[in-house]
Design a protein around this ligand. Structure first.
Ligand code: AMP
Ligand code: GLY
Length: 422
């Protein structure tokens, strides 16, 4: 079949790499893509916010399946718009994507159906929100309701910090996403992610991972989209996974069904493993980035078969299998990220990195006059498999060390928590 992939990050490069291994894939297109995806797919310069233009492209090119990488188009209803034209599309509907698009929606759902998460309250004005934060005391967590590109959450260690975050939201720092604020109880524990492939009724475990969100070594400094990840997450043992599936994922799927908003696609649970058991931090309605880059190299079997089964409500007929090995991915970013950074610097050594056995997934890259140049904040994901976290880490950094890009940087400690056995 002809397939269109939407997105341009490392996640989409990992998906493209896996999709072209499918026997069902005849031709892959990607909008807008990047220089790495161009090795597997024909890039098309479509505006991914223009659903009518995407639908027209699908008709013209006889696209039979669209795979949506990022949350933006899902929350904007791309699945509804393409399915209305009869185009199979992998991902949740606009209603179901509220699980990521509105924190208040998800918190209300959890409260109604008894899904374990932090206690919370919702506010649409600053004075009431601040009074609540003062009454609860710190530490406390302040979240803009809507999509804020990962920047809408403040873990406040003092009430003053919480009040400043509340002002920020209502003064428009996050645009419409901050018109409502959710204030949450602070949870303590180790964080991990669990992915479930869902077909509306059935949820299949689709891998676990942990990422490193902070820019600095030892998990310090500002938050980023993710500086590295590994899969599986050693902290998620079998008993915890089955508790997460039965207490969090399955009840969520049932609740969404009950609301007439069946969830199809990838449900990505951000979890806090507290002393009282696993609790939901938040949902995302798509693969993680860079978590996808460590899931795809471990997945055996045909990703397109799994995606079609999820769309068609047929997941009981498939069974994903995973390589026993650990996959670990190191993000190489432009110096300055997550603040201001330059674009256009040349990157050499990608082939040398791949010759070490690593897989180099591209994120913000472009090709200029036959050279690969940096074109974003997060630029490369150097990924390797190994029999242990230690071996995967050593192999990934051997790949990193083959790359010649003076304007880039990476953390040297991806995987430290797993190695410390914590
Ligand atoms: P999010 O953007 O929702 O993933 O949140 C960003 C980060 O904030 C999470 O990865 C957690 O580290 C932290 N966080 C969010 N909610 C809570 C909470 N209720 N308690 C403690 N930490 C939290
Ligand atoms: N790595 C976090 C995310 O994809 O949301």
């Amino acid at each position: 079949m002809n397939i269109l992939l939407i997105g341009s990050g490392g996640r989409e490069h990992a998906l493209a790499w896996k999709i072209v291994q499918s026997k069902l894939c005849k031709k892959l297109y990607c909008a807008p893509g990047n220089a790495g995806i161009a090795r597997h797919a024909e890039l098309v310069p479509l505006d991914i916010a223009d659903h009518a233009a995407i639908a027209k492209f699908c008709r013209d090119k006889r696209i039979e399946l669209v795979v949506v990488g990022p949350e933006g188009p899902l929350v904007a209803g791309i699945v509804d718009d393409l399915e209305a034209e009869g185009i199979l599309t992998f991902g949740p509907s606009k209603d179901a994507a509220q699980l990521e698009g509105s924190k208040a929606f998800t918190k209300d759902l959890c409260a109604e159906f008894g899904i374990p998460t932090a206690a919370y309250a919702r506010f649409n004005n600053a004075p009431k929100a601040k009074a609540y934060a003062r009454a609860q005391g710190a530490p406390i967590v302040v979240k803009a309701d809507g999509l804020a590109a990962g920047k809408g959450v403040t873990v406040a260690m003092t009430v003053e910090e919480a009040c400043a975050a509340i002002d920020d939201c209502f003064e428009g720092s996050f645009g419409a996403a901050g018109a409502e604020v959710v204030i949450e109880e602070y949870m303590e524990g180790e964080e991990a992610s669990l992915f479930a492939l869902c077909d509306g009724q059935t949820a299949l475990l689709f891998g676990t991972a942990q990422d490193h969100k902070r820019v600095g070594e030892g998990d310090t400094g500002p938050n980023t989209g993710g500086m590295g990840a590994y899969s599986p997450a050693p902290v998620l043992d079998e008993a915890t996974i089955s508790e997460v599936m039965s207490e969090i994922i399955v009840p969520t799927l049932a609740a969404m069904h009950h609301r007439g908003m069946e969830f199809h696609g990838i449900l990505y649970a951000g979890l806090m493993l507290t002393a009282d058991g696993p609790r939901l931090i938040e949902y995302n309605v798509r693969f993680g980035d860079p978590e996808c880059q460590v899931l795809m190299p471990r997945l055996k079997g045909d990703i397109i078969e799994f995606m079609i089964a999820a769309i068609e409500g047929d997941l009981l007929s498939v069974e994903p299998e995973w390589a026993e090995e650990t996959a670990l991915s190191v993000v190489m970013a432009s110096k300055g990220y997550p603040g201001a950074y330059g674009k256009g610097s040349a990157i050499a050594g990608i082939e040398a990195a791949e010759a070490t056995g690593a897989i180099v997934f591209h994120a913000g890259t472009a090709e200029e006059d036959g050279r690969i140049v940096a074109n974003g904040g997060r630029v490369l994901n150097v990924t390797a498999l190994g029999a242990s976290v230690e071996e995967a880490q050593a192999r990934a950094y051997a790949g990193v060390d083959a790359i010649d890009w003076p304007e880039g940087f990476c953390r040297r400690d991806i995987g430290w928590r797993a190695l410390a056995g914590r």
